[in-house]
Design a protein around this ligand. Structure first.
Ligand SMILES: O=c1ccn([C@@H]2O[C@H](COP(=O)(O)O)[C@@H](O)[C@H]2O)c(=O)[nH]1
Length: 285
């Protein structure tokens, strides 16, 4: 199952997930000024970052908004980036945060688990309930696809709704309970489910509460670096085992900006990955 492959990657290469939230202003000057098409420029930037990091990381997360913002050219670069990561034998998570009624969710599932935008995992929004999530199960049944459901997001305003009490519990715990239950039919050899949770590293106390409740859940963990999360915040969460992948986007792909612009952006991304890995793993010894 794809979740077992992802967990193997974590065991072999550590839990770093490189976030390809590529923006035009992150490109080095030589690419910005080149005569290549926009699609080529964005793809070349991503390809060089992937080539410089794939032996050190568990997976990649590609944020679709950054590519949609460039229009058709951006989506072509998005499609090529997903394909390139999968050709390299690495796992790719498409951060698309979809959530809609059953008939529409069927089309989102087809769009992102097949064809030009095929990814290994996608992120989904649970706000509309089970029938907005169940259309993805057809793909989970193959064992080759998985989803990460938003549970406790990393942004400050996540408290606006996620902390509201339902049956005397914060909503994020209610969601976690349901996600854990849905995931019980999709557990791999690793003991983790193809239905994982998105929980931000910016709330480590709440994270621990969720983790302790959801034994089979594998986590996609945003919030490291640019949003303030640190390796120390993962100490308790990863105490028994590394139960997730830790995403950093800006902290890795724009490391060269303002420091050493130019051809070395990929080497700087690699250095940032090594630094992040050390920062996480030293708390696990
Ligand atoms: O709760 C969430 C869910 C998703 N994200 C996404 O992760 C990256 C974070 O980027 P950084 O530059 O490392 O801050 C981005 O794609 C977000 O959309 C999140 O931050 N929090």
């Amino acid at each position: 199952m794809i979740i077992d492959k992802l967990y193997e990657e974590v065991l072999g290469n550590g839990p770093v997930c490189v976030g390809l939230d590529t923006r035009f202003e992150y490109l080095p000057e030589y690419l910005i000024n080149s005569t290549k098409t926009l699609e080529e420029k964005i793809f070349e930037f991503n390809r060089k970052i992937i080539d410089a990091t794939y032996d050190l990381v568990a997976c990649y997360k590609v944020q679709i908004a950054c590519y949609e913002a460039f229009g058709i050219e951006g989506l072509k670069a998005y499609s090529r980036t997903l394909k390139y990561i999968r050709e390299k034998g690495k796992v790719v998570i498409a951060d698309i945060k979809r959530g809609d009624i059953l008939s529409t969710a069927e089309m989102y599932a087809k769009a992102h688990f097949e064809g030009d935008f095929e990814a290994d995992f996608i992120t989904v929004n649970p706000y509309m309930g089970l029938d907005a999530i169940s259309p993805y199960f057809k793909y989970l049944n193959t064992g080759e696809k998985g989803i990460f459901v938003l549970i406790r997001t990393s942004n400050k305003s996540s408290k606006d709704f996620q902390e509201l009490k339902v049956d005397n519990k914060p909503l994020y715990l209610k969601i976690a309970e349901n996600v854990q239950k849905w995931g019980e039919s999709f557990i791999g050899k690793s003991g983790f489910s193809l239905i994982g949770g998105v929980v931000g590293l910016t709330f480590p106390k709440e994270f621990l509460e969720i983790k302790n409740m959801c034994g089979n859940m594998f986590f996609l963990i945003p919030g490291y670096g640019a949003q303030g999360g640190t390796g120390e915040d993962l100490k308790e969460i990863f105490k028994e085992k590394m139960c997730g992948v830790v995403n950093s986007s800006r902290g890795i792909i724009k490391a060269h900006k303002g420091i050493d612009e130019g051809l070395k952006f990929n080497e700087l991304a690699r250095k940032q990955v090594i630094k992040m890995k050390e920062d996480i793993l030293r708390w696990q010894e």
